[in-house]
Design a binder for this molecule. Structure first.
Ligand code: 6PG
Length: 462
């Protein structure tokens, strides 16, 4: 009998199964796509078993069964549950490791609950290599069920620099997939900020791809140490295999997306969370499709010198990516209140410190900050992040001025600056907005000098 089962044996499912096997657990694999099972069968041994039917798969597993579903999110997950349900017993545990929408996960959790099946919605990050060598895992659902699968998940997960696993119980119901969605929204934000920095580097700094690669590489050795900065350095120095140039210059500048970042924005709108960096990152992907590819762009007069450009760009990137994280954690805090989840922020930061796409040195600081400060209203309220802001905000302002002069759009960098200039600002002009609303719609307002709700009889000209 196998200790664990995996459904879906394309690259993620296969690699996770191999990772589980590698850590000494026996695993059965099944896919509705027979060639995938045949490919999986090449690894067959006493602890790795390919199966060729739903029944054979389910029968090969120890009870309570522990099954990871690693297939495309959406309808295929519901179809799989339909096939599995009649073959399962109460107490079995199903884990959905795809990028499922958290609303679907909530629905499935309750549907499965009615049949006595424990359903865990688990975010998995790290791509193919992560799946094989150590992903970041974000499981949410029934806590007792999580405890049963925890030894396997902890064994296969990535480990932080000090050896702790990048997996922990996130919270009830769909909170695991919610946290993965926020991970992806932060991912969108940081990627967009890096792209804007690159745009200024190449257009204002006139740096070659090789020079930019070296700069990102250098930054990766300091406070900006992160997977996304590291791969940017690698991407920029990759040669094209069809021409003599660099591949980055041959790639069409139209962004695709599967949309998990968009989902974060959808829920931010529902919750009223100002996740402006992710929002601009999502819109920038739309803009990359909408912008006219035959248009002309203005380039800065190259005689103007910017002696501190590289330094200011590094500082701006450091600050703007921190804003993306801060906004993500802000959304988690608001979601926890709305959905009645107890989220453990230091553990979430720890989960993201290795294995996943947004892993970075900054996350180690975030974990420590949450451990030191408890339930923070905003990361930038903590002294460490306040200092980061004080040390780098001027550089960001200067970079934005340069971009403005050069007509280079900087939606995400500007959003980060606007956020920091707003979040600590006691005199935002919403007083006038409230007056306008009350003027045309008698929507009422509150006053800053006494409690209560007020309406003014505005003077309307005849
Ligand atoms: C991860 C990634 C992964 C995937 C993104 C890409 O954590 O491993 O986030 O889940 O690469 O979903 O998203 P887009 O296609 O929307 O850019």
């Amino acid at each position: 009998m196998q200790q664990f089962g995996v459904i879906g044996l394309s690259v993620m499912g296969k690699n996770l199964a191999l990772n589980i096997r590698h850590h000494g657990f026996s695993v059965a694999g099944y896919s509705i796509d027979k060639p995938e099972v045949d490919a999986f069968a090449k690894y067959q041994d006493d602890k790795l078993k390919p199966t060729y039917s739903w029944q054979e798969f389910v029968d090969s597993l120890e009870k309570p069964r522990k099954i990871l579903i690693q297939i495309m999110a959406g309808k295929p997950v519901d179809e799989t549950l339909k096939k599995l349900l009649p073959l399962l017993d109460a107490g079995d545990i199903l884990i959905d490791g795809g990028n499922s929408n958290f609303h679907d996960t909530a629905r499935r959790y309750h549907e499965m609950e009615q049949h006595g099946i424990h359903f865990i919605g688990m975010g998995v990050s790290g791509g193919e290599q992560g799946a094989l060598n150590g992903p970041a895992l974000m499981p949410g659902g029934d806590e007792a069920a999580y405890r049963e699968v925890a030894p396997i998940l902890e064994a296969i997960a990535a480990k932080t620099d000090d050896g702790r696993p990048c997996v922990s119980y996130i919270g009830p119901e769909s909170s695991g997939h919610y946290v993965k969605m926020v991970h992806n929204g932060i991912e969108y934000g940081i990627m967009e900020v890096i792209c804007e920095i690159y745009d200024i580097m190449r257009k204002v700094g006139d740096y070659s791809n090789k020079q930019m690669s070296m700069m990102f590489d250098l930054w990766n050795q300091g406070d900006l140490h992160s997977y996304l900065v590291e791969i940017t350095a690698k991407v920029l120095k990759q040669k094209d295999n069809l021409t003599s140039g660099d591949i980055v210059d041959k790639i069409l500048n139209v962004a695709s997306y599967k949309g998990t970042g968009n989902w974060m924005l959808e829920d931010a709108i529902r919750l009223g969370t100002p996740i402006s960096v992710t929002a601009e990152a999502v819109l920038s992907r739309f803009m990359s499709k909408a912008s006219f590819k035959d248009g002309r762009e203005y380039r800065l007069d190259s005689t103007i010198a910017f002696p501190k450009l590289a330094e200011d760009l590094e500082a701006s990137l450091l600050l703007a990516q921190a804003v993306s994280y801060a906004q993500g954690f802000d959304q988690l805090r608001m979601a926890a209140a709305q959905y009645n989840w107890q989220l453990h922020y230091p553990a979430i930061a720890q989960n993201w410190e290795a294995g996943c796409i947004i892993r970075s040195l900054t996350l180690q600081k975030i974990e420590q900050t949450y451990r030191d400060e408890g339930n923070l209203a905003n990361l930038f309220k903590a002294p460490v992040f306040r200092k980061l802001m004080n040390n780098n905000l001027q550089a960001l302002r200067e970079v934005l001025q340069i971009a403005l002069q050069a007509h280079i759009p900087t939606p995400a960098l500007s959003a980060a600056r606007n956020y920091l200039d707003s979040i600590f600002n006691p005199s935002l002009p919403a007083n006038l907005l409230q007056a306008q609303r009350d003027y045309f719609g008698a929507h009422t307002y509150q006053r800053n000098d006494r409690p209560g709700t007020f309406h003014t009889e505005w003077y309307h000209e005849a």
